[in-house]
Design a protein around this ligand. Structure first.
Ligand code: ACO
Length: 311
């Protein structure tokens, strides 16, 4: 039942040739990409907020500079992704309005609070670590502009992951007992939410099958979650910490770690807007947007003035 255009489109995908903005694509492919890329962009922008909380309280000048650079990178990722989204014909203002009115999703993880300095380490290590595992395969996603955006994003994410891990390693090796306890506490709170970043389990993921067929996604949610756990536990052991999962165990037969059941009720609550910080995050975004209105107005006025000078 595929028409000739759709057959050519799918053949291109099967042959690993990227789809570009000007190529024909099914409406539903375009919609799925706009959905995923806009959610991804919103996540980068909202993801700046839990860290912004710590800029004034970072323990040293070096840590403050690193944190500011990381937050700035995230703003860049967001803008990069909004641009990739625009190549599909989506309107940036409209999509941002959906975020501000609670009609668009962004990553569940950013609805958790960052309570102590070790959280900055744990966010870098676990949250950016999970983001890398999810995003490295997206460098091969079938839509060209998204795939190319991911190359730079992944390079910067791996720097973020290492700086986070280094914060924790430093606290564990050179910190006081209280500081070591802060590290374990941060891991206890962020471990399960980090695993939830990969999305619902495969049997409850409505979008996976089609997105895999279109090669928008290159691996399923559960595959990537397992890959993340397998990579992360050896790093956890180097830290000398534990995760809050009594069922976590190396499985000699499968060559992977077994792990306990994720609290899907909690995940669903958070993505429906009822996590610990959803309201706070959206209020912060709306305020930032309103308080920045004069900057946008000034930029438009300046552009108009320049245009007139040329004419
Ligand atoms: N947080 C919020 N929403 C989520 C999450 C999550 N952790 N996981 C899944 N969802 C949403 C999906 O967006 C989808 O919503 P919708 O259909 O109502 O729009 C719904 O739950 C069902 O999930 P899936 O069918 O599995 O959705 P999808 O195929 O899009 O897979 C995934 C979800 C894996 C997050 C995918 O969209 C993806 O890889 N996105 C790009 C990466 C990304 O957005 N990362 C953001 C966090 S990393 C960072 O910003 C530092």
């Amino acid at each position: 039942e595929m028409g000739p255009e759709e057959r050519a489109f799918q053949e291109r995908i099967d042959a690993e040739i990227k789809i570009e903005a000007k190529n024909w694509m099914p409406d539903s492919y375009r919609k799925t990409l706009i959905r995923q890329i806009s959610q991804h962009a919103h996540s980068e922008i909202v993801g700046m907020l839990p860290e912004g909380n710590w800029v004034t309280r970072a323990p040293t000048l070096k840590r403050k500079l690193q944190l500011m650079a990381k937050i700035q990178d995230e703003a860049g990722h967001g803008l990069y992704l909004y641009s990739a989204m625009e190549t599909l014909g989506a309107d940036r203002d409209e999509e941002i309005d959906k975020l501000h009115t609670g009609r668009a999703k962004y990553s569940s993880i950013f609805n958790y609070p960052t309570l102590n300095w070790a959280d900055m380490g744990a966010v870098g290590w676990l949250v950016d670590g999970a983001a890398i595992v999810n995003q490295v395969p997206l460098q091969r996603t079938s839509y060209g502009p998204y795939a190319r955006a991911m190359i730079r994003v992944c390079k910067e994410e791996s720097f973020h992951q290492r700086q986070g891990y280094e914060i924790l390693l430093h606290m564990m090796r050179h910190g006081t007992e209280a500081q070591q306890e802060m590290v374990q506490d941060a891991i206890n709170r962020l471990w399960w939410p980090a695993l939830m970043m990969f999305g619902p389990s495969d049997e409850h993921s409505p979008n996976s099958a089609q997105s895999m067929a279109w090669k928008i996604k290159r691996h399923t949610n559960d595959e990537l979650r397992q890959r993340f756990i397998d990579q992360t536990i050896p790093q956890l052991e180097v830290l000398g910490c534990t995760v809050p999962d009594p069922d976590l165990k190396w499985n000699e037969e499968t060559g992977h770690y077994d792990f306990g059941e994720i609290q899907w009720d909690e995940f669903n609550r958070v993505i429906q807007g009822h996590g610990p910080c959803n309201t706070e995050r959206l209020n912060a975004r709306r305020n930032a947007h309103e308080n920045g209105a004069w900057v946008r107005a000034a930029a438009v006025a300046h552009a108009e003035k320049k245009q007139k000078a040329v004419a």
